[in-house]
Design a protein around this ligand. Structure first.
Ligand code: NI
Ligand code: MN
Length: 224
């Protein structure tokens, strides 16, 4: 599977002709350089409703015909736009021809641009025989360990920027809880309040023996 970081919390997962986008915030994202019109998608997955995650979801879904999976009330709002949605709630798994996606808890807040309020989520994606866990925006909490108890996490996409989420030091503890082989940091350096030292995060996680950290450039790809 190819995991491409599009900047901030946005990722593209590709395997065997299937493309999955997570939190595709491109327009207005100071870190993003990809042309939103160039993005393809079979599915778009949302962790929560904040604009820096919701982003271009509706426009990409309308153009590509992608299914959008999000927590129930957010899916309901997006469905009103004429987009095909999957309205899982916390703990729920959606099955796809290519794999599955489960919503997990996250500690944060969530309001969509239109004002729909929900709890936020993390995402456990199974694609191409690999398990990818996107933490969403979250504080450090012990239940980050739970997805890996069910099935080992291959790659964790972990927020590290602080201010709106856990910072890089709490994210080191999170990496230990998640137990993934590889951690890819996200949700940092996009805006001044979430500037952080990503190389220090990498050193700390690797010194603790928690995981290997792959620091991606924006549009950089890690092949799992
Ligand atoms: Ni948020
Ligand atoms: Mn955010």
């Amino acid at each position: 599977m190819d995991i491409r970081w599009l900047g901030h919390a946005a990722f593209e997962l590709k395997h065997d002709g299937v493309t999955v986008l997570i939190d595709p915030f491109i327009t207005g994202n100071p870190a993003a350089t990809v042309d939103v019109e160039s993005l393809e998608a079979d599915a778009i997955l949302l962790t929560h409703g904040h604009q820096d995650h919701f982003g271009d979801t509706v426009e990409i879904a309308k153009r590509t015909g992608a299914t959008v999976q999000a927590i129930t009330e957010i899916a309901g709002e997006i469905g009103e736009e004429g987009v095909e949605v999957i309205d899982t709630n916390m703990g729920g798994t959606a099955s796809y021809p290519w794999g599955s996606v489960r919503l997990t808890p996250a500690w944060h807040t969530s309001t969509t641009p239109k004002g729909t309020v929900t709890p936020p989520a993390g995402l456990v994606v199974e694609l191409g025989g690999k398990v990818v866990y996107h933490t969403g925006d979250t504080a450090l909490f012990s239940d980050l360990a739970l997805p890996g108890r069910r099935k080992e996490v291959d790659v964790a996409l972990v927020c590290i920027g602080g201010h709106y989420t856990m910072d890089r030091e709490d994210a080191v503890v999170a990496a230990g809880l998640i137990g993934a082989d590889v951690v890819i940091p996200q949700h940092y350096d996009t805006f001044p309040p979430i500037a952080t030292d990503v190389q220090a995060f990498k050193s700390d996680v690797e010194a603790a023996g928690h995981a290997r950290v792959e620091v991606l450039e924006v549009n950089g790809t890690y092949s799992a």
